[in-house]
Design a protein around this ligand. Structure first.
Ligand SMILES: [Zn+2]
Length: 439
């Protein structure tokens, strides 16, 4: 089966009615037995959905919310379908009060309102399991303790009526929704296709998560003895992720490392030939000046005891945890700026360092780069997470003075970083590199 490609969006822009299925999943439900207060869930519509709304396009919407599973002692409320017109400026965020600790099915339908304006008389895209359907990820929205996935499904009728062809929107081979699979233009790289993901065991965690879903996620997948609560919350997440990585790495005899993604999934990557000491030789002088302290610590001092190249990837992913937990906590109003004045810049150092390591690996272990799909998938996974949370951090005025912005500009444009950028492009391709890194 062909994969879903970007041009499908262009076809959908011509659509006259649409349907969006939204699924909310309570994350770590076992941890919220005693936490049954309601939470307002706000689901802003993604821009590409908003662009479908207007004269001659979407004229109505309806939504229904049903709790499918709740933790003991928690009562979820069923919200009956409500139909209403959609204005040309776009449907505003859907706000509903949902009990924390429940798993929800949230279905938002778009279509053409009947003349009475009370129900949708026609729907082209549906999550009806009987229909031939195509999944298109529209958005993913997190609020504390509730995860919202928004996916589009296309019926056979919708394809013919809206003249959406199968080359533009294809049916995934498993026929079911897969909200984690992005749609990508031809020539782009999807790490989820290559990645062999491993499951990480779940452990109870009832401590403060400071409003960060990822903090909760990391703690919930790390044994108590390997958690670390020194310093502030972003340091807890960073150090505990090292602990999680270590527990998983030590489960196998292979010379490999483990990198956590989220929601109990991560990947093992075999080490290339040891050459960590060499990575420092591929850092541009201007970036080195910006990242001197971590350059000295991780690429010089630490290489006396850590000789495996993937050691700096372990640090990289831990810095993703630093940034992501800080951003999520800030968004939820629970961030204490005195803990860490700049939780964004560290991840950029490792975006660069680990990109430069490609040059080092290429010199000593060229077959590894050519053949190890898991390395490539993992590089893409961590880089996409880095880029995502870097960009989220950039939106926060609090972090305006961060050193991250100058570092990223250097990564993207400095003349002495050209070999590093070329190495990323050679491994990942031009389309992926432009989408994720902007060069
Ligand atoms: Zn670290």
């Amino acid at each position: 089966m062909p994969t879903v490609i970007q041009t499908s969006v262009v076809h959908l822009l011509c659509a006259t009615s649409l349907f969006v299925a939204c699924r909310t999943t309570g994350v770590g439900g076992n941890n919220y037995h005693n936490n049954s207060h309601v939470s307002s869930i706000e689901m802003p519509l993604p821009d590409k959905i908003k662009s479908l709304i207007g004269p001659g396009k979407i004229t109505g919407s309806s939504f229904a919310v049903t709790p499918s599973r709740c933790a003991a002692g928690v009562t979820g409320t069923k919200i009956e379908p409500v139909a209403k017109p959609v204005d040309a400026a776009g449907l505003s965020a859907v706000n509903e009060k949902l009990a924390q600790g429940c798993d929800y099915t949230f279905v938002l339908s778009f279509g053409k309102l009947d003349t009475a304006g009370t129900k949708l008389e026609k729907i082209y895209l549906t999550n009806d399991s009987d229909g031939i359907r195509t999944m298109i990820e529209a958005a993913k929205t997190y609020v504390p303790k509730i995860l919202v996935n928004i996916v589009l499904h296309v019926t056979g009728d919708g394809k013919s009526d809206l003249r959406i062809d199968d080359q533009a929107i294809s049916v995934p081979s498993d026929g079911g929704p897969n909200p984690d699979k992005p749609q990508l233009p031809a020539g782009d790289y999807d790490w989820r296709v290559d990645a062999q993901l491993s499951d990480v065991e779940t452990y109870a965690f009832t401590g403060n998560n400071y409003g960060s879903i990822f903090y909760q996620d990391v703690m919930s997948h790390t044994p108590v003895a390997s958690r670390d609560f020194q310093g502030g919350l972003s340091t807890h997440a960073h150090e505990t992720l090292h602990g999680l990585h270590s527990v998983m790495r030590n489960k196998t005899p292979a010379s490999d490392a483990f990198f956590y993604f989220e929601q109990g999934k991560g990947m093992y990557v075999l080490e290339p030939k040891e050459n960590l000491k060499d990575v420092k030789n591929h850092i541009g002088a201007s970036f080195r000046a910006l990242a001197q302290s971590r350059y000295d610590l991780y690429l010089v001092t630490q290489t006396n005891s850590w000789t495996n190249t993937l050691y700096i990837f372990d640090e990289w992913n831990a810095y993703v945890a630093t940034t992501r937990s800080a951003v999520e906590s800030k968004k939820s109003g629970q961030w204490d700026p005195s803990q860490n004045s700049d939780p964004i810049e560290g991840v950029v150092d490792f975006m660069y360092f680990c990109s430069a390591s490609i040059l080092s690996i290429k010199n000593i272990d060229p077959d590894y780069l050519k053949n190890n799909k898991q390395f490539k998938a993992n590089f893409a996974m961590i880089m996409e997470q880095s880029s995502k949370w870097y960009n989220e951090g950039k939106k926060e005025p609090l972090w305006g003075p961060s050193k991250a912005w100058a570092k990223m500009q250097n990564f993207q444009t400095a003349a002495d970083g050209a070999p590093v950028r070329a190495a990323v492009k050679e491994l990942m391709g031009d389309a992926w590199t432009l989408r994720v890194l902007g060069f």
